[in-house]
Design a binder for this molecule. Structure first.
Ligand code: ADP
Ligand code: DP6
Ligand code: CO
Length: 327
């Protein structure tokens, strides 16, 4: 059988997902909201192959085993159970963003895999079904099925936990890469540690619910200033929470903090720019289209011009025509 190929973009959370209430189903403790980007795509091909004893994963040209293969194979087991199929697959994937660096490779990776694998195994899923499926690979992937701004409803069960679009004003991001290397502690592991050991966890859950409600209202109203304020404050709360685990985890580096300070300086100079960072040292700065160039120039002075990228709102995961396979 020929391969099915899909493409998905990462999303950066403005209201963060951090903590699961069900690890098997990947149900989050609270809802979250993100911007899907138009850069740093993942392209993934899935090919069902007769006679294969195990699934095979090639990521960025290297055959993967251990945790990375196990995660993909467990995801494919779920797809196979939905499809009533048993054949193994070869998965070939390329990330244009650095993998496991806090630039949402698990989101674009599992959104692309959900799209390609569901088609390869003959599942006929609607938008909500695809978002729910992607969620089973990586929670944040549920939002990469959606164009632009997406809210992921926490839900109470597998059926009710999915992402959908929210109307929002024009906005983009300036990504400052501080370090593209893999993080020492994966999002999955750090989240588990937070739920188990942080004394601040219940306050985080209630604060996130409150912020999400305000964020959805601000998006619908086109109120960019409030969107920015909530984004930066919520990111800092998440990093404070992560620092409160036992043993503690810190993802931000001195240079990441320098970027946050530079963004505050931009605001003093009248540019509406607001910083956030996922689970890694790299910083995403939320801007209006007219503020992108000046923000990029200011950040280039800190991290170097090659490490700065201006990105816009991008499309949800989609299938590519036959013949566009990952080689
Ligand atoms: P990130 O901040 O990049 O999302 P995570 O710790 O959440 O980092 O997840 C990184 C893991 O996601 C990788 O180690 C790998 O297991 C998985 N992953 C990333 N990209 C892909 C991909 N294209 N296909 C399959 N799995 C992927
Ligand atoms: C900080 O979705 O990578 O980026 O569900 O365990 O795969 P798993 O975790 P993941 O966590 C993302 C955390 C975050 C915030 C966010 O994207 O909302
Ligand atoms: Co991730």
């Amino acid at each position: 059988m020929s391969a099915v190929t899909a493409r998905a973009h990462p999303n950066i959370a403005l209201i963060k997902y951090w903590g699961k209430k069900d690890e098997e189903l990947i149900l989050p403790v609270a809802g979250s909201l993100s911007l899907t980007l138009d850069a740093f795509a993942t392209t993934t091909s899935v090919e069902l192959r007769e006679g294969l004893a195990e699934d095979r994963l090639e990521l960025d040209g290297l055959v993967r085993d251990g945790e990375q293969l196990a995660r993909v194979s467990a995801f494919l087991d779920h797809v196979r159970s939905l499809a009533g199929a048993s054949g193994r697959a070869v998965v070939r994937s390329v990330n244009e963003a650095p993998t496991a660096a806090g630039l949402a490779s698990s989101a674009s990776g599992f959104a692309a895999l959900a799209m390609a694998a569901s088609a390869a195994y003959g599942l006929d899923l609607d938008a909500r079904g695809l978002s729910r499926l992607a969620r089973r690979g990586s929670g944040s992937a549920a939002r990469s099925l959606v164009d632009g701004v997406a809210v992921w409803h926490a839900g109470t069960d597998d059926e009710s936990s999915y992402a959908e679009a929210v109307p929002a004003p024009p906005m983009g991001m300036v990504i400052a890469t501080v370090d593209g290397g893999p993080k020492a502690v994966s999002s999955r592991e750090a989240m588990r540690r937070t739920v188990q050991t942080s004394p601040y966890f219940s306050a985080w859950v209630s604060s996130t619910e409150d912020y999400l409600e305000r964020m959805v209202t601000a998006c619908r109203a086109g109120d960019f200033t409030t969107i920015g304020q909530l984004t930066e404050a919520h990111a800092l709360r998440m990093h404070a929470l992560i620092a409160s685990t036992e043993p503690p985890i810190r993802y931000l580096r001195p240079r990441s903090v320098e970027v946050f300070d530079a963004v505050a300086g931009l605001r003093e100079d009248g540019v509406e720019a607001w910083a956030t960072a996922d689970a890694g040292p790299n910083v995403a700065v939320l801007v209006q289209p007219q503020g992108a160039a000046e923000t990029a120039a200011r950040l280039a002075a800190i991290v170097g011009v090659d490490q700065v990228r201006v990105v816009g709102a991008g499309p949800g995961a989609h299938l590519l025509p036959e013949g566009c396979e990952v080689p």
